[in-house]
Design a protein around this ligand. Structure first.
Ligand code: GLU
Length: 303
């Protein structure tokens, strides 16, 4: 398997993390991602932490969390205890989001998914990394209108006002991409948060969203190197913006290749054949999984 990169001597105190969401069983692609992050820490004498990203209470289940821990142990990974579980820290994420609200950088949005789809299509907006770009319907609601929606019992998400947020950060903002994926530009990469639009900071019924909690936790856990799949590359632009708004130091980013299925699509938790536990049950060993990963990557290179 591709050897994780070794940083030059002098780069010290490396901390990486693996941050799965317990919305299903881990598959071969997760094994690859976990080994990449773990291997990078090991190569560089660093720390490795595990974080359970379970803030989406509609999709996360405790039995998947148990399975994740079992599967990662079986792969040979070890990590520092205690494991950080995001649902135990919702008040922390809320306090950081409250800070953005105090700066006038958030607004409540009462739109349903259907309303967003329709308004986004009508305005001919492109599809962003989180789905159809938000057309800004609720951006200029008056306090009176907000009050009326609330009185009608409509729930809301909290969105980042991107236009206002961009006024608070230097236009030359960059993040450092040092990953192994040859298709991505390396080095300081200009941040373009506009492709994601007014992202959701707090979901309906939750005090946070993926973007908010991942950025807060990478900071609080002292993550120096984020090693993850290139499917999250576009999210990095918004993460770097949030880091700047909160005054956090930015980690280095290492985006790696994704494993693909026979149709050329990224592996999914719905595809049970690639689930680590299914392969374990079928008698495969972690070494077999490493070979399958090599083969998957090699097949992609053969094109
Ligand atoms: N929780 C995310 C996932 O399972 C990963 C987040 C990250 O690595 O930044 O896809």
């Amino acid at each position: 398997m591709t050897e994780p990169e070794k940083l030059p001597p002098g780069v010290l105190n490396i901390t990486t993390r693996f941050a799965p969401s317990p919305t299903g069983f881990l598959h071969l692609g997760h094994a690859f991602a976990a080994w990449q992050a773990f291997g990078f820490a090991a190569q560089n004498n660093g720390r490795f932490v595990l974080r359970i990203e379970d803030t989406d209470h509609t999709r996360c289940r405790p039995e998947f969390e148990t399975a994740i821990l079992e599967d990662l142990h079986w792969l040979g990974l070890t990590w520092e205890e205690p494991v950080r579980r995001q649902s135990d820290h919702l008040a922390v994420y809320k306090s950081y989001i409250d800070h953005l609200t105090e700066l006038g950088l958030t607004y409540p949005c009462f739109c349903s998914r259907k309303e967003i789809l329709e308004a986004s299509a009508a305005a001919n907006l492109p599809i962003g990394p989180d789905g159809p770009l938000y057309p800004g319907t609720c951006r200029k609601l008056t306090p009176r209108e907000i009050h009326r929606h609330q009185a009608d019992g409509r729930s809301h998400v909290l969105r980042l006002d991107l236009t206002e947020a961009l006024k608070k950060v230097p236009p030359s903002l960059t993040f450092d991409e040092v990953g192994s994926d040859g298709s991505l530009p390396k080095g300081p990469t200009p941040v373009d948060a506009t492709s994601a639009g007014d992202i959701v900071l707090a979901r309906k019924g939750s005090t946070t969203s993926y973007h908010a909690s991942v950025v807060v936790d990478d900071h609080l856990q002292g993550i120096t190197d984020v090693v993850r799949g290139r499917d999250l590359y576009s999210a990095t632009h918004i993460h770097r913006l949030l880091q700047e708004l909160w005054g956090f130091e930015a980690p280095r980013y290492h985006h790696h290749d994704l494993l693909l299925d026979s149709d050329g699509r990224k592996l999914s938790k719905r595809d049970q054949d690639h689930a680590i536990r299914a392969m374990k049950k079928a008698g495969k060993t972690p070494a077999d999984l490493k070979e399958m990963i090599e083969e998957n990557l090699a097949a992609q290179n053969r094109g």
